[in-house]
Design a protein around this ligand. Structure first.
Ligand code: MG
Length: 410
């Protein structure tokens, strides 16, 4: 039969594509111990945090609800709504199969990378919360158990005087001494005032000296009290990135992040192999298939997947497994609410090569109010022992900060 949008949207339609639904896979759905459960609904609500967080809830006929989160982005809630017929009626305990099912069903609509993968990630995270609650185990247990009880968190830092090296050093000292973090990150793609034309990606010598001064002032101020990473947001040419990485080799840099644009793996590899400054990359690549090439080509020293964007918890785990084959640590990029941040903590606990998880919201005073539980304390997350992710949405806070036009979950 020919396929069109309407036939794809109809959960009862027949498809010529490979199906991984319970029906076509021959899965009977009959299980003991209260595990014969079906998904009945999927809902989203967007919350206006420092990013528009997409919260996802998956409902079941057992009355158990799983909560997840997808990375922000236009169209993500619509894509999740689009995929709802593909999971309703399925058993939420088949996380792997349902993930592959969604990848297959959306393969003509971009499930290789981009917001389609982001939307699938949000459902996948909610399935882990759901499965943990049904099985009465914390989510890390679903991933093979844990290596550590606490996950280290690094704080992404900002100051209004972002181009002033002393102001950056002051903020670094404040975050370490007053907020209790021993790991930080600062932006290094800040204007120096010496730029002639930022579009050409070329760094002039004075710009490199200015960036090196930020690195020097910050790292020397905190010394052994904190590790410090610096982010370039894909800004520079390969040649300029190499000169910058070389100029900061003498300082104690945790890593230099995304110095060159993400599309060209060969340039990334060249930059990484040119310097002893550790290079971190990964937050805007998708699924293990894309991250695999970065790792196998040894184009990264540290890989930085974003869990609610890259494919979810098991996909991040798979990326970490590949990275571990190459002795590459994982530092998860994270700009999420407490929900996906806690999902990252469960994955981080379950992999040997976990370095730290980002926290990007220290200027948002209600971040932790979104859930009833404590999440980050003294620069780390204690991995919960409660079933699932171990976080409970505070619906009053969700409602108070919903994006205009959104409706609260049932
Ligand atoms: Mg970054």
């Amino acid at each position: 039969m020919s396929r069109n949008y309407d036939s794809l949207h109809d959960p009862n339609a027949e498809y010529t594509m490979r199906e991984l639904s319970s029906e076509t896979m021959g899965v009977t759905g009959t299980r003991g111990g209260g595990r014969d459960v079906e998904i009945t609904d999927v809902q989203t609500t967007m919350v206006d945090g420092n990013f528009p967080w997409t919260l996802v809830r998956v409902y079941t006929d057992a009355g158990v609800v799983g909560t997840g989160e997808a990375y922000w982005g236009a169209g993500v809630p619509e894509l999740i709504e689009r995929m709802k017929p593909f999971v309703v009626g399925e058993n939420p305990l088949d996380i792997d199969r349902l993930y592959e099912h969604l990848i297959q069903k959306m393969s003509g609509e971009g499930s290789v990378e981009g917001v389609t993968v982001t939307a699938i990630s949000g459902i996948e995270v909610a399935l882990h919360d759901l499965a943990g609650k049904i099985l009465d185990v914390p989510a890390y247990q679903l991933l093979g158990g844990k290596y550590r009880d606490k996950m280290r968190v690094y704080c992404d830092c900002h100051t209004e005087e972002e181009a002033d090296p002393e102001a950056c050093a002051d903020e670094a000292e404040r975050v370490v001494d007053e907020l209790g973090y021993d790991a930080l990150k600062f932006d290094l793609d800040v204007p120096s005032g010496l730029e002639k034309d930022r579009a050409n990606r070329h760094l002039r010598p004075g710009e490199i000296r200015h960036k090196a001064e930020i690195v020097e002032k910050v790292t020397e101020r905190v010394k052994d009290k904190a590790d410090v990473a610096f982010d370039c947001h894909w800004t520079f040419s390969g040649g300029s990135a190499k000169r910058l990485a070389d100029a900061i080799e003498e300082y104690d840099v945790w890593w230099l992040e995304d110095p060159v644009p993400p599309e060209n793996l060969e340039v990334q590899e060249e930059v990484t192999k040119s310097t002893t400054t550790p290079i971190a990359v990964g937050e805007n690549r998708y699924r293990v298939t894309e991250l695999r090439r970065l790792i196998e080509n040894q184009a990264v020293d540290i890989v930085a997947p974003d869990l609610p964007k890259v494919g979810g918890m098991r996909e991040t785990r798979k990326i970490a497994d590949v990275a571990n084959q190459y002795y590459v640590p994982v530092a998860m990029h994270n700009v999420a609410s407490p929900v996906a941040t806690m999902a990252a903590a469960h994955v981080g606990a379950s992999i040997p090569n976990s370095l730290a998880i980002e926290y990007h919201s220290y200027e948002l005073d209600w971040w932790s109010d979104l859930v009833e539980e404590d999440v980050i304390e003294d620069g780390s997350i204690e991995v919960p022992e409660k079933p699932g992710l171990g976080v409970t949405l505070d619906m009053d806070t969700v409602e108070a900060h919903m994006v205009d036009g959104e409706t609260l979950f049932d």
